[in-house]
Design a protein around this ligand. Structure first.
Ligand SMILES: [Zn+2]
Length: 503
């Protein structure tokens, strides 16, 4: 596969000037950074010499985690610990550098997760639905897409001899993780069964196949998530669900192909995952469900057990840290998005809390002196937090406001239609009110994990939102996360932190 050569996009005059101004402070900081390094890991020599140089980069993507979602996750996380909630601080909210990210695709005002993931991971804004392909081809045009691949930061890291990994709660072949290792003009080409014959004969490969046949370096070290069916043949019984089979129509068992390599192993349940010997395992594939992994709220319901996102992150870092040269890790809280699409805020927010725990683990296992951690979202949702609930009101509850003396009332506020309402809601989606009067939720437990918030515009699936999302960063190079940024600049920040832009 050939790549369009990458120009060092952001090594602009402005950047150079900033760096020159920083030389004095940088010399001073070099010593400080090392003495302040916490949590082991230690600064490697180059990091000590240059506090802006990262040995490792970890990119966290909360899929669909817009700013209103972050606020609600924060309050829920605090309330789960018995606090009022508003004052709680999420792991990434302690990061020193924050920016806004403009998420549009080249052909859509409100983006999808494929185009946005390609922007973050490859530095090129592109069309909705495109996985690791530049914006020129038409969607689903295999022939044209083969002429326009863009290289991802994961591919670049692998080419430089670093270790690379992905951990996600979505299918490993889903848009966000796929954009780290695959190239396709159609995000739905997850297994060979999803592809048109013409695309196969023109030379395009399905996304699962591209993960297993990854052509750069020695391949990914870690790939943990869902999507098992896309790796198993349609003749094979699924190991976890007796009524399910694989999806593949080419007879291949890609999990076997992965495991047949040296020092490689494949796991599909919680017990096997916990038993992995990190010192013996250089390549770990985990496929914990046929489709997406369970929502965090439903994790206990999984027949064979599933690790949490924090546990997957921990295992991934342990394997990746074995490489002296450093690593790149992509972690996706993939189902925040799905909870929102269903219009069920509890599902989205609990998955957000799970991602905050994963960020804590990653932060504790690495050193600020040599590891750049970026936490962001690919896009927002139509999710709103509104009304005038009193301080500490349950975030999933009905609005209970304050009285004329600023004291909390005893019962939920009633609107113009004399009915109560929730703090959280959606502009569109399956919870839309299609006839009046509005459903009365007086007797309904809106904090139940299945409660679907009310919405305005009817739609079977709630949609993404188009406003900017936040980027939070710490570690070497994180100062470049500031202001209002094009989403694709996140790639440039990672590239510069590694020092790859100078090569
Ligand atoms: Zn989505």
């Amino acid at each position: 596969m050939s790549y369009t050569p990458l120009a060092p996009r952001s090594a602009s005059f402005k950047y150079l000037r900033t760096m020159l101004l920083r030389v004095g402070a940088a010399t001073l900081l070099a010593g400080l950074t090392v003495s302040c390094a916490h949590n082991g890991g230690g600064a490697n020599e180059s990091a000590a010499a240059n506090p802006e140089k990262a040995k490792n980069v970890i990119l966290f993507v909360g899929d669909g985690m817009g700013v209103s979602t972050v606020t609600a996750i924060r309050i829920l996380a605090g309330q789960l610990q018995g606090q009022s909630g508003e004052e709680y601080v999420l792991s990434w909210e302690e990061f020193p550098h924050v920016a806004l990210s403009k998420t549009y695709n080249t052909n859509q005002q409100v983006p999808d997760s494929a185009g946005t993931a390609t922007a973050m991971l490859s530095g090129v804004k592109t069309k909705a639905g495109f996985i690791g392909v530049g914006p020129a081809p038409k969607r689903t045009d295999c022939v044209a897409s083969l002429l326009h691949p863009v290289e991802s930061i994961l591919e670049r890291a692998e080419r430089k001899g670093l270790s690379t990994g992905i951990a996600t709660t979505a299918r490993l072949t889903h848009a966000t993780p796929a954009s780290a290792y695959a190239h396709a003009p159609e995000r739905d080409w997850e297994s060979v069964a999803d592809m048109p014959d013409a695309a196969i004969s023109a030379g395009c490969k399905d996304i699962a196949q591209q993960l297993i046949e990854f052509p750069i370096g020695n391949g990914l070290e870690v790939a943990l998530g869902g999507g098992r069916s896309n790796f198993l043949p349609n003749t094979a019984q699924d190991p976890e669900y007796s009524d399910r089979k694989g999806n593949r129509t080419d007879g291949r068992d890609l999990s076997n192909e992965w495991a047949n390599r040296q020092s490689a192993s494949y796991v599909w349940n919680e017990h096997q995952f916990q038993s992995v010997d990190v010192s013996e395992t250089d390549h770990l594939l985990g496929l914990f469900d046929t489709g997406h992994m369970k929502f965090s709220l439903h994790r206990e319901d999984d027949p064979a057990g599933e690790p949490s996102l924090a546990e997957m992150t921990e295992k991934a870092i342990k394997i990746l840290q074995k490489n002296e040269k450093g690593f790149f890790l992509l972690v996706e809280g993939g189902r925040i998005d799905h909870g929102h699409h269903e219009g069920v805020a509890a599902l989205a927010l609990h998955d957000g809390v799970a991602m905050a725990e994963a960020v804590t683990v990653a932060d504790q296992m690495t050193s600020d002196a040599d590891t750049l951690i970026i936490v962001t979202a690919d896009h927002s949702h139509t999710f709103v937090m509104a009304g005038y609930p009193t301080r500490g009101n349950p975030i999933l509850g009905k609005v209970i406001g304050n009285d004329d003396f600023g004291e909390a009332r005893a019962t939920p506020d009633l609107l113009a239609d004399n009915l109560p309402y929730t703090t959280l809601g959606y502009y569109n989606g399956p919870g839309a009110i299609t006839s009046l009067p509005r459903p009365d939720i007086s007797e309904i437990d809106t904090e139940a994990p299945t409660y679907r918030q009310q919405a305005l515009i009817p739609r079977s699936s709630e949609t993404h939102g188009g406003e900017d999302v936040a980027i939070y960063a710490k570690g070497p190079g994180s100062k470049r996360i500031h202001g209002v940024m094009e989403q694709s600049s996140i790639y440039d920040v990672m590239l510069q932190a590694y020092g790859f832009d100078k090569e």
